[in-house]
Design a protein around this ligand. Structure first.
Ligand SMILES: O=C(O)C(=O)C[C@]1(C(=O)O)C=C[C@@H](O)C=C1
Length: 311
């Protein structure tokens, strides 16, 4: 087990690596590129890494479903940090390539919807080829496999490529949200500007089932920040929900909402309470004014979790 290793979707030059490098402790960690989001999280599950940085949602394309499914299924993981990274895509080519030479263009599947209109207008006949990451696409262009890659401009130098066009994204200021996931453990203390994530499986299908679930937050005045449904895989129409809400587990209203969900839902998976990366406009809680102190919250957690992160 490497307590100092963090894994990320590689190779070098991905946005995920850029997100990881924004963490203050990045300089003292061994940052290890791996081939996929699943491999990054598997290394954490196997105890080979202390954390994995993974993309979880994009402001243009929505959920990164591989990450959602990893957090929902398999042995539980917890989110310890989040990073919001502005994304800027460029077209990278081997030196000397011009736009009419580009017959194939490669990138991560999440990148494609963010540059669709630019590609249709500027490379209408080029064939799109999905790659495991944007930096992997750049590496494949260096190898001569594809003519162009959609990636961060910063990847050009790493792979001996040139920036043919920069800032090609269709929507201004796309942002990707990344999270640092680790094995379930100590929840860091409340900062006063926190977020809590969970997965909730719907109670038996009946009118108002989703409303009942949402009421656990509404009656306690807890603001929801995200609700994303994912199929459970158990037949058509069966969904679970990835939910982010404002606040920290150590606030009584948040822990009570989780216990309320536990009463009405067949399964609840606590995914962590961690500092928010956004500079939101709602009034922050004052740090240190939580209803429960951290020791109580940790105690509450250990009583409620069955040792695997499940409530
Ligand atoms: O980290 C990278 O560079 C990736 O290729 C992954 C990823 C993602 O999965 O969302 C990261 C950010 C961009 O929005 C597009 C792709």
């Amino acid at each position: 087990m490497s307590a100092t290793r963090y894994t990320y979707l590689g190779p070098a030059g991905t946005f995920t690596e850029a997100a990881l490098r924004t963490l203050p402790e990045a300089g003292t960690r061994e940052l290890t590129p791996v081939a996929s989001v699943s491999a990054a999280l598997d290394a954490v599950r196997a105890g080979e890494a202390a954390g994995a940085m993974v993309a979880i949602e994009n402001s243009v394309d929505g959920a990164v479903t591989t990450t959602s499914d990893e957090l929902i299924n398999g042995s539980p993981l917890m989110i310890y940090r989040e990073v919001l990274l502005p994304i800027s895509f460029a077209v990278l080519v081997r030196p000397g390539t011009s736009l009419p030479d580009v017959k194939t263009v490669s990138g991560h599947p999440v990148a494609q919807p963010q540059v669709r209109h630019w590609l249709a207008a500027n490379l209408p006949d080029a064939q799109w080829e999905s790659a495991a990451s944007n930096a992997e696409a750049a590496r494949l262009v260096q190898d001569g496999r594809y003519d162009a890659a959609v990636a961060g401009a910063f990847a050009a130098e790493l792979y001996g490529l040139e920036v043919l066009s920069d800032e090609i994204h269709d929507v201004a200021s796309p942002t990707t949200r990344f999270v640092l996931a680790g094995r379930p453990g100590r929840v860091s203390s409340a900062t006063g500007w926190d977020k809590t994530s969970m997965v909730v499986w719907l109670p038996e299908d009946h009118p108002g089932a989703l409303l009942e679930l949402l009421q656990e937050f509404a009656v306690r005045g807890i603001n929801l920040m995200r609700i994303e449904s994912r199929p459970t895989g158990e037949g058509m129409g069966n969904y679970c929900f990835l939910i982010d809400c404002e606040g920290h587990l150590s606030e009584r209203r948040v822990s009570e909402a989780l216990m309320g969900l536990k009463r009405i839902c067949p399964q609840v998976r606590f995914l962590g309470s961690y500092p928010r990366a956004d500079q939101g406009t709602s009034a922050p809680l004052r740090a240190g004014t939580s209803d429960l102190d951290f020791a109580n919250a940790a105690d509450w957690l250990s009583r409620c979790l069955d040792g695997r992160g499940e409530l």
